[in-house]
Design a protein around this ligand. Sequence first.
Ligand code: SF4
Length: 173
Amino acid sequence: MEHPAKILVSACLLGQPVRYDGSTKTLAHTHLERWQKEGRIIALCPERAAGLPTPRPAAEIADRENGLAVLEGKGRVMDNTGADVTAAFVAGAQAALALAQANQCQFALLIDGSPSCGSLSVYDGSFTGHKHAGEGVTAALLRQHGVEVFAHTDIDALHTRLQASTLSGTEGP
Ligand code: SF4
């Protein structure tokens, strides 16, 4: 029997209160509910996996950089107290990749805007609420290793992609 493709999902999208301020970003969506029933969902908060507490200071990728630059040692993640938390964010990305590979996740559904999970946009490092196009550290590392990352706002596109991959028989490793 064919096993359905597993999907790595940001824990805060699944109602876990792991965000920096202790809140959730629960995504109530029929696709997500069905994937959960099908046992496809692997939940993770990269920042918590790296040992950061909740609550924790808000953090952004500094200087309008993006997650790829952080992975290449050309960018930093700073929190709003001025602390450099780059190492923790890279460790969280590595934890996410290890979990994705252990569960053969070919896909990820991550909340956009986060310095870890953002896949379309991230805050610009000024802590003034401004975003720019880019991806977080976890999204960048997953993509580097072939995981197809979708923003939570693109859940319908992920659904379409899963259907196409099932039909073509290229759903997962
Ligand atoms: Fe949610 Fe990702 Fe931030 Fe964790 S690191 S709180 S999963 S957006």
